[in-house]
Design a protein around this ligand. Sequence first.
Ligand code: GAP
Length: 515
Amino acid sequence: MAQQTTRSSDHFQLVISHCKEYGFVFGSSDIYDGLSAVYDYGPNGVLLKNALRNYWWKDMVQRHDNIVGLDAAIFMHPKTWKASGHVDAFNDPLIDNKDSKKRYRADVLVEEYIAKIEGKIQKDVDKAKKRFGDAFDEAQFRATNGNTLRRAKEIEDVTQRLKDALEQEDLGHFTALINDLGLSCPVSGSKNWTEVRRFNLMFHTQLGNISGEESKLYLRPETAQGIFVNFLNTINSTRQKIPFGIAQTGKAFRNEIVARQFIFRMREFEQMEMQFFVPPGSSPEHYAFWKEERLKWHHRLGLGEDNYRFHDHIKTAHYADAALDIEFRFPFGFKELEGIHSRTDFDLKQHEALSGKKLQVFDPVSNSHFTPNVIETSIGLDRLFLAVMCASLKEEILDSGQPRRVLSLPPALAPNHLAILPLVKKDGLPEIAKKIFQEAQLDVMCQYDDKDSIGKRYRRQDALGSPYCLTIDHDSLQDNQVTLRERDSMQQERVPIAEALDRVQKTTSLRSLYQ
Ligand code: GAP
């Protein structure tokens, strides 16, 4: 039995270096020392990313007959972003430290302060749990322990002030909050701050050779608007009726000021969004449905249900009347992975006003037109990739005392499903191995590898996350059987070739996630 080494604070660094070493993620334009917060996906990364996108797309579009797909352009008419509110309201509150010259998001600084207090409460709870064992009642402890109550009250007060500050047009409230909490710069340690200012996150460029505001194009900061402006086209060209959804995956761009944590916050990233159009008044019911439906989708990945939690927004975006995040336990704490938003009829009404086109549907029962409301599910593909990598990468100590690094990816998503390994590079073994390889390639992603010892090749496939290795040895020449090795258990079984391929195909199909 292998023992898993405890997850250390170095785990995140291990994930980053593993991504580079095994061809998952590279810094963009690496040979020029990279471009901040922009990344490229390597030969294995692109396969994993495609598999994750495919899992989302099939779940949304193939498994729901009331959701259709779309692939809208990145460039859109400039009025789109005026209508959506992004020109006027898509900005972050920023503050600079005058000594380190570092810039921070003011709301993130305050949220980190709150998280620190939460951490202290949790530490006390864990300590008490240890002390009292089975007799420990956590709810009672939280309701009565003096220190915990004082800290909970502080969290409540700071959260309320943060909410007020976010809602204020006057950013002075924000500056005051940072100063009152005595927050210091993580780099310089000083409390020498500027005022809080707002900064728009959209990148822009110019259309053709025309200059001026009219030709100012934005790189889309979300894919959602491509869906809203195609609402009429879609409903007119399909047989869909309200309620129905439109799903889309594609690149989005944000000039993030605080871009860090590898592919968690990037300037160019990919979103997978679905807008579900519903009759007015029914949003709460559909919001509740999509909240649970999306969580189930995450759980099917098998990364551990206690790694997810819901987080209700304390302040909703300008277009929403309710919003929550599905958070994932990254090595740097629980953070947003996906957003579920009740977007009201804001977007369709705004586009109707600016385009002059009626974006309504007819209700034969009431004999009148109405503007649908929208429930949105929005997940970042890169962030999902990071979540999967962080939860899957493990370092184990084998019974032999040897370390093993294994990427326990869900088999259906692995970049390579099967490695085909002739035991030696002679005696006719490569010939059979290549025949099996060509046969297996028709159904699953395969790699052929005949370099190094068999042990080294197994280790490499473990690190790549390949769920199976199929080894051809001298006996295979006689009995048509091969050794099938399973990645996580490392168990080896001798099976007929056809049975081995059949097993690999079944356990690596998307269907396996739904069983
Ligand atoms: N259409 C709604 C929308 O864009 P959002 O919460 O701003 O909502 C949705 O973004 C998801 O997109 C997030 O939950 C996250 O997974 C991903 N995302 C947002 N900004 C990102 C960034 N800078 N880098 C990587 N992923 C990002």
